[in-house]
Design a protein around this ligand. Sequence first.
Ligand code: FAD
Length: 288
Amino acid sequence: MDLSNPSKFSIEFFPPRTAVGETKLDTVHTELCKLNPDFFSVTYGAGGSTKSGTRQIVLRYQAAGSELAPHLSFGGADEDELKQLLQTYIDAGIKRLVALRGDLPSGMGASVQHRYANELVEFIRAQTGDHFHIDVACYPEIHPESKNYVADVEFFKRKVDAGANSAITQYFYNPDAYFRFADYCAEAGIKIPIVPGIMPITNYANLARFSANCGAEIPRWLEKRLQGFGDDVEGLRNFGIDVVTELCEDLLQGGAPGLHFYSMNLSNSVSQIWTNLDLNNRSQNELA
Ligand code: FAD
């Protein structure tokens, strides 16, 4: 893997929908700043619901001294709207974006045309040259709409050829899925860093629902263990921290160029896993 511009360790938020959620996220952000991540990213609702929320959170936390990476997709936006948003981000000192096709809320599919992420990467490069470091998404267990593995990697490569600098994966709990995918991508000529996306385990029902939608597999042994916790929230969370710490350790030992944590706007599990792994003291050389 090319480690010349590694992503290292980052944390993702989603824009809260309520004032209470925002206040909570401010506390979580403050807490997670103590970990000194390389950047925080903020998701973007391709259907339009959280677009302004993304911008607000990004600008606020960037102004507070964090490095922010807004997620972005065409969604229903026209190109002028997107150009304006890119300029807003440039003016705010944002240097990094996560470019996606996005998922539209059900019911919007017919009214909004999907534009694939490679087109967005091309658009951003055409408008802003090399200003932004662009991350894209990729799927070690394959995107749910994909015909097959080969086609999915070909489409991933289009995003790289369009100018993506690094990629963040969908979450997974089987490290082999990641290593096989990284090897296959390398054979296919994809040389950018592929950073594993990491989902802490805090709630079994939510995780099962989410995983079914996004095509992430919960291995049977893990599913059965998680089901066994029933209402024991604390027990499940602690078990989840151990499992995910071990997963991250395997990934880093195996050469993964960083980790991107899907925080779900919660700080406890991310902080604990980060501390278990001693991420702030792991040098890039050690990871190479
Ligand atoms: P693409 O790379 O465009 O691919 C989408 C699908 O189409 C794939 O099956 C691909 O194989 C196929 N494909 C690609 N190009 C072509 C083509 N030219 N012709 C035919 N088929 C093609 N969703 C949100 O709504 N907001 C977010 O902020 C968000 N953040 C995410 C962050 C990460 C790190 C990840 C992994 C996912 C995120 N998602 C987000 C979910 C993501 O938007 C969905 O998985 C979406 O369905 C695909 O987005 P993409 O950018 O990977 O799409």
